[in-house]
Design a protein around this ligand. Sequence first.
Ligand code: GRF
Length: 198
Amino acid sequence: MSHKRVAILISGGGSNMVSLVDSMTGDHPARPCLVLSNDAQAVGLKKAADRGIPTAVVDHRPFKGDRAAFEAELLKPLEDTRPDIVCLAGFMRVLTGDFVSRFQGRMLNIHPSLLPKYKGLNTHSRAIEAGDAEHGCSVHEVTAALDDGPILGQAGVPIEAGDTAETLAARVLVWEHKLYPEVLRRFAEGDRSPVLLP
Ligand code: GRF
């Protein structure tokens, strides 16, 4: 059986990328083919290289906000590796509809909230400030609208008294590392029914 090829985009530590890469073994229908970052200093790049995964960097800064020019460069290593699935994992650049449309239906993202709540940034502090009892993470298909595509999985996490954004983020991250690999496996098997944890 030929495996589905999975490219993973990161911007920083890449803990979600590591969870995904480490899950793609044995009878898993997919294998990682590239880890791509917009930041040469991304610590995740070394973690990928240590695991023998090809890596590439396309620094967004020289493009000074010219999104189309940056994405034209970003597309090159991505198309060269011929991915079947693209996973955004802690990737902190907003992608245009043009870029997304090239991978529509096979690009996934993990977002640290129970979508549709708290799209965008600072999700943990927003949930705490709102007095929510629960927070969590979502994996969704990427569409042109930010943090808005069909939900492929969610994990709920209680907000505890005294939580700070940092303590809550740490609790959510543990579940991100469980959720994303389960969603990717199911997605790679052609099953888009949502994974709901715990
Ligand atoms: C995580 O909170 C994730 O939800 C968000 O980026 C943060 C860092 O992720 N997308 P990682 O450790 O770089 O995977």
